[in-house]
Design a binder for this molecule. Structure first.
Ligand code: GDP
Length: 476
């Protein structure tokens, strides 16, 4: 009953908020909530920083129709309306990218938000008649890892533990899990709870999750263990999976972990989905597809699985808790392969095709819910220039940039992406250890030293097209 009341209360609160937001936008100024997500290091921070910089200075945004038509007359940052949500630290990130020795800014660790307001003149025959209006874009940045927690809501502690432990005992993961599993062997889960033991078990589990990530596996739950946000060190994330003890006792380690797992669902997972996720109108999912290709077929197979899980959040089952609180659906979802400046433009369409193949299954399902979806290859900040090298009489298309580690200039040809991305996905699914046609190398480039003309934002690839897909219609 308590669960039912909880669901009901969440549903009613959301419905009221939606009604209020709808009334506000009819009476006053429309608000578009743009969600930006992706796994750690996918490029969320750089995307938001460059998008905002390029909307403030719009010289490099011709593919955004409102800019091309001269109807977007002003853009400015505003105090955000949600007082309790940290603000996306645009100024610090923008400053990091500026100056004679630019740095890549610090990555996303938690949810944050920024309000950018745009003054637009209406399109078409209304242009001369109606006055300008303001459209607010609320950009919500959040770790994709947190979306992986959604399935936990339908599991109890015993079922979740069972899943995590059996995954850890599979051949691909057992070696990484060895220390943690060995520690579990000596543990009596029915013994009275002690905080010290709890902490050491939880920390061994976290080490295993970290090892998984280092090895290129993306999906590890709970999502907050590696991306704790402001929960670092709190009991809500000090638990781990356990085999059930023969006898269950109140006050045992097992019983306490069971309570913490339930508390994690109640006070961490649900509030995130209710307060942030359920309010999103437009979504960009950033994917480091080149990074996964570089890491090999197993990383690609894992990424594909994780994307299916992540995107499951956009299509919850009709009877799930999430569907009761989703007021309106996400109208558009863009899957963007990031860091396209690592390859020559001749390969961009192949990268887009890889991106589309990675999300093909998930995308069919999201389409089913009526969301418009698109796949694209973008670079939020272009750190390279293109060049042609001649090697043994043959022309080779390369990109040139300054390497992040050494600061040296280097030219790179990462390997030709296949014309048929299905072959990559098939090799990944079949469990191949290496790619048949050779490897894809990726170097990390330092951010470019920007010498911008007045009115220009940082150089990018297709950021304006991405913006047109995501918000263009709301600026018409
Ligand atoms: P987040 O964890 O999703 O917030 O990831 P970041 O936005 O911090 O990006 C992680 C790293 O990827 C950055 O430090 C850069 O090295 C690299 N990166 C992200 N976007 C780009 C891009 O457009 N071009 C290049 N060359 N590198 C990028």
């Amino acid at each position: 009953m308590r669960i039912l009341l909880g669901r009901l209360a969440d549903g009613i609160t959301r419905a009221l908020e939606d009604a209020r937001a709808e009334a506000d936008s009819l009476l006053f100024e429309p608000v578009v909530r743009l969600g930006v997500t992706g796994l750690s290091r996918a490029g969320k921070t750089i995307f938001i920083t460059s998008l905002v910089a390029n909307l403030l200075d719009r010289g490099r945004m011709p593919q955004l129709r409102a800019v091309r038509d001269g109807r977007l007359t002003a853009a400015f940052l505003q105090p955000q309306p949600d007082f309790a949500v940290p603000r996306f630290d645009y100024e610090t990130h923008r400053a990091a990218l500026s100056g004679p020795e630019p740095q890549w800014p610090a990555s996303t660790r938690q949810v944050s938000q920024l309000r950018l307001s745009l003054r637009v003149r209406p399109a078409g025959w209304l242009t001369g008649l109606a006055g300008e209006r303001t459209v607010h874009i609320d950009i919500v940045d959040y770790p994709g890892e947190w979306l992986l927690d959604l399935p936990l809501l339908s599991l109890d502690y015993a079922a979740w533990s069972e899943r995590m432990l059996s995954a850890a005992r599979t051949p691909g993961r057992a070696a990484l899990a060895a220390d943690w599993l060995a520690g579990l062997g000596d543990l009596d889960a029915a013994a009275p709870f002690e905080e010290e033991t709890a902490q050491s078990v939880a920390s061994a589990y976290r080490d295993y999750l970290e090892a998984l990530r280092q090895a290129g596996f993306s999906g590890a739950s709970p999502g907050r263990f590696l991306m704790p946000g402001d929960l670092a060190g709190s009991p809500a994330i000090t638990f781990a999976p356990l085999d059930p003890p023969g006898r269950s006792r109140r006050g045992s380690l097992y019983a306490q972990f069971e309570r913490r797992f339930e508390a994690y669902k109640r006070s961490v997972i649900r509030p995130f989905f209710r307060d942030h996720f359920a309010r999103i109108d437009r979504q960009i999912v950033l994917v480091d597809a080149l990074g996964a290709l570089h890491a090999g077929p197993q990383a690609v197979a894992d990424l594909r699985e994780v994307l299916v899980e992540i995107l499951g959040a956009f299509r919850p089952g009709p009877n799930s808790w999430l569907s009761t609180i989703l007021g309106k659906r996400v109208e558009r979802i863009l899957f963007a392969a990031t860091k396209a400046d690592h390859i020559h433009h001749g390969q961009h369409s192949a990268l887009t095709a890889v991106m589309a193949a990675l999300v093909a299954d998930a995308r069919r399902r999201a389409d089913f819910r009526g969301a418009a979806t698109e796949a694209m290859a973008i670079a939020s900040v272009r750190a390279t220039v293109e060049a042609e090298l001649r090697r043994e009489g043959q022309a080779l298309d390369v990109v040139r940039g300054r390497l992040l580690e050494s600061g040296e200039e280097a030219a790179m040809h990462p390997g030709d992406l296949p014309k048929d991305p299905g072959s990559l996905v098939a090799a990944a699914e079949a469990g191949a250890e290496r790619w048949l046609d050779g490897d894809y190398s990726v170097m990390r480039f330092a951010p470019p030293v920007l010498s911008l003309q007045p009115g220009d934002g940082p150089p990018h690839i297709r950021l304006d097209r991405a913006a047109e897909f995501l918000i263009g219609d709301r600026l018409a």
